[in-house]
Design a protein around this ligand. Structure first.
Ligand code: SF4
Length: 261
């Protein structure tokens, strides 16, 4: 083990042996470190109101946010209200949203959403979790995205990045999204829930990548029991970093010298 490795090696107990208080402290420290590493973390879908965010989130299933954002301007221009969607011709909607994939099912969900909103909610998107999850195309994950970003109600979004990274960090155990959401609610400060979700997603895209996490260039290394799941050599790990703030990530991880050697 090199001196740099020794400095960065985790001081965290192995998974399953940590007290709840220690885990809570570590979760909050992780959130602070992530806030410094990803100050630009935010919802990457373009929208101007709750309905647009709900539609964009439905379209984002199995599709990148970039592609959704290329598709939604034409959709939002043509369909401006819940009743516009309720009365839409499925083939017209399908033609616009086709690039996002699974377009028949997505069109069905969006039109169904419009109809349900007109029928039960005066054409407006409800804020309430129970009401949201009864709407076509909207599960807990989408409901948390809508509540957190369009209504300012804190919510933890459990997607594939959240499942992978919180398990690697040993903050949760398992893959059931609803159980994880409740486990994480106990660890992270409520006012941070929405931003914690964005930060974890950014970390998952840029550093703690699914196949090969950049452990040697990760600012969470000292508090992560999975440190070593990816390369720990700083120069090798730095090559895995993605996104437009790679230099800052290297600086925050304290590995500039090793990378520039
Ligand atoms: S990149 Fe490595 S050290 Fe960082 S959170 Fe992921 S598994 Fe842990």
């Amino acid at each position: 083990m090199t001196a740099a490795d020794a400095r960065r090696a985790p001081r965290t107990r192995s998974k399953g042996t940590e007290s709840e208080l220690a885990k809570k402290r570590r979760a909050r420290k992780a959130d602070r470190l992530l806030a410094a590493a990803h100050p630009d973390a935010k919802c990457e879908l373009d929208y101007t109101n709750p309905l647009e965010l709900a539609v964009a989130t439905i379209l984002s299933a199995q599709c990148t946010d970039v592609r959704v954002n290329l598709t939604t301007p034409a959709l939002f221009k043509r369909y401006r209200s819940a009743s516009d969607y309720a009365e839409a011709n499925p083939e017209d909607v399908e033609a616009i949203i086709r690039p996002t994939g699974f377009y028949r099912n997505k069109a069905k969900s969006i039109i169904g959403l419009g109809k349900a909103l007109v029928e039960h909610h005066d054409g407006r998107l409800p804020e309430d979790m129970e009401a949201l999850v009864k709407l076509p195309g909207i599960g807990r994950k989408t409901a948390n995205v809508i509540r957190g970003n369009a209504f300012g109600v804190p919510g933890i979004t459990v997607d594939t990045h959240m499942i992978r990274i919180t398990n690697r960090l040993g903050l949760v155990d398992g893959k059931d999204p609803v159980k994880l959401e409740f486990q994480l609610q106990k660890l992270v400060e409520p006012r941070e829930w929405t931003m914690f979700s964005h930060r974890i997603i950014f970390h998952g895209r840029r550093v703690c990548i699914a196949r090969k996490p950049a452990c040697g260039a990760c600012t969470l290394a000292s508090i992560c029991p999975s440190y070593g799941e990816g390369p720990t050599d700083p120069a090798e790990a730095a090559k895995l970093l993605k996104g437009d703030n790679v230099e800052e990530l290297i600086r925050l991880a304290g590995i500039e010298d090793a990378v520039n050697r």
